[in-house]
Design a protein around this ligand. Structure first.
Ligand code: FAD
Length: 303
């Protein structure tokens, strides 16, 4: 039968997965169990975040290095401008190049003093995300991805200012943006229209946060400036103590969001996995992704 990821789309869907570096041995086991489960789905790439203020510099590097050494996956290392000189950031970038990493997710990062504080560039550091993108491209021909904000970044005075920043990142060499998560797909499509109207033609890949725990997701959303529609809260209402039903609702909510995106033309999705595989795996299955044998996976990774 012809492949159909959804009722209205015949185009195959590509996915990427985001992980964060583990803090403890226990978390490390969970992460690698999740990577093992998701790897056979042959994602386009897997990315590893960089802790606020550069706090996970070594752990991000170690996780990315292990992905290079032990898997056929293509890793992307997140990197921020925060709390480091240009020389320090450049050293991290060269270290990635030497380790065989060819994709960096370049971010300004959050103020070292925490959210809510004004962002003050490190003296002698990269001043902004476009500056960092240019710095990375000057070191090696990395693929550089950046962040985009369908509901605008909380510090941004307007969507226009936000899109202008995205344009500067693209002009500096970024070739893909992953969005902050959102729950209302119309917000994404309205944003996409405005981005395209400014002549920005790189892929703007929707960032999907499968809601495993509503309270936690709502708290992330508040910090990220992402809105939580009332219907989402209603769906999880009364389930705080009912893990089993919550899991089923979580799967239904995530399925509904991604199928609607795919029906409306989206072909690439970036999942914030929170280092957990189950829900993401199920949603990918629903979108038609099936485990690939090892040689096929290696071929995808080598593309
Ligand atoms: P930019 O795109 O440079 O700026 C975002 C907006 O803020 C701009 O549109 C601009 O309007 C406004 N702005 C920026 N600088 C200023 C200024 N000086 N004055 C006024 N307005 C300004 N954070 C981490 O610490 N580690 C990660 O690994 C990480 N990964 C992420 C991955 C994705 C896909 C996303 C969406 C976010 C991620 N973040 C991460 C969060 C990110 O670091 C924060 O959102 C940060 O506040 C902005 O970084 P940026 O590169 O998006 O900023």
């Amino acid at each position: 039968a012809a492949f159909r990821p959804s009722r209205h789309s015949t185009r195959p869907v590509r996915v990427s997965f985001e992980f964060f570096p583990p803090k403890t041995e226990e978390m490390e086991k969970t992460l690698w169990a999740s990577i093992e489960r998701l790897a056979p789905l042959a994602p386009s790439f897997v990315s590893v975040t960089y802790g606020a203020g550069g706090s996970t510099r070594e752990r991000t590097h170690a996780t990315v290095k292990r992905l290079v050494d032990e898997t056929a996956l293509k890793p992307a290392a997140h990197l921020t401008c925060v709390a480091a000189t240009r020389a320090e950031v450049d050293e991290v970038v060269r270290g990635y190049w030497a380790a065989g990493v060819r994709h960096i997710v370049a971010l300004r990062g959050d103020p070292a003093d925490g959210l809510g504080a004004a962002y003050i560039p490190h003296p002698g550091g990269y001043a902004s995300s476009p500056d960092l993108v240019a710095g990375i491209k000057a070191i090696g021909n990395f693929e550089v991805s950046v962040a985009a904000y369908p509901e605008k970044h909380p510090e941004s005075p307007s969507v226009e200012a936000d899109i202008e920043m995205l344009k500067r990142k693209v002009d500096a060499g970024a070739t893909r943006a992953m969005t902050q998560f959102f729950f209302d797909n119309d917000l994404y499509f309205r944003y996409l229209d405005r981005v395209r109207a400014k002549g920005i033609d790189i892929p703007i890949v929707p960032g999907i946060l499968p809601v495993q725990n509503f309270k936690q997701a709502a708290s992330f959303a508040k910090r990220a400036g992402a809105s939580v529609p009332p219907w989402l809260a209603t769906r999880f209402e009364g389930l705080d103590e009912d893990v089993e039903t919550r899991r089923l609702i979580a799967a239904a909510v995530a399925a509904e969001q991604v199928i609607d995106l795919v029906d409306r033309g989206v072909t690439d999705l970036h999942f914030y996995t929170m280092n957990r595989a189950d829900l993401v795996y199920a949603v990918c299955h629903l979108l038609g992704l099936r485990p690939q044998a090892e040689p096929a996976r290696a071929a995808v990774a080598a593309e």
